[in-house]
Design a protein around this ligand. Sequence first.
Ligand code: SF4
Ligand code: SF4
Length: 203
Amino acid sequence: MLVKEIERFAKKKGAELVGFTDSKRALSYLCIPWANSAVVLGLSIRHPLLATGVRYPTWEEPRQFIDVIMDAIALSIEEFLEAKGYRASAIGASNRSTDLRPLVLASGLGVEGKNHLIITPEFGPRVRFSAVVTDAKLEVEPRRIINLCRGCNICCEACPSGALNGTFNIKACENYNRQLERESGLLIKKCTLCTDVCPVGRK
Ligand code: SF4
Ligand code: SF4
């Protein structure tokens, strides 16, 4: 079965999470008329390749490193599908112009947490995603995962900008990040408290 073949291949290439979706709604955000399904790939920001002892000032540096790996895995799945005669197009994790959230949520790999990030049972919010859309009609069985936040409110209480009071106040979060940037002098300085404190998937 093609789904199993793709999953095996993706894991061999290094993907830690592999999901599938044929949700028309999620695919419609991409505006790719021939897309029938998508393969969604996830890799932990705590990937063993990062275990070099180097301490990073923010999550941004390991995130960029993981994105390069994710892009390569997505490209290899694109080639895998094309070799089988399907149309395919990789959407790498470094592609900031495409929002992969609808595909990730539809695949069931993760759910939206109270921190407004996608959290997965395996890694919490410490994970990056890429995807490959294809005209193959994959037999999809999305994973069903439960509400991972339940009674937890840790990220909302930890947020220094008050951005997580009920709905996500993106302006408050951005203003706080710009302030951090000015104070630290680092262009990529970002507050990542809502990622750091999440207990889900913490090993
Ligand atoms: S990044 Fe920082 S300021 Fe923004 S929502 Fe998360 S904890 Fe709050
Ligand atoms: S810290 Fe708690 S409330 Fe926030 S996203 Fe994680 S589990 Fe959900």
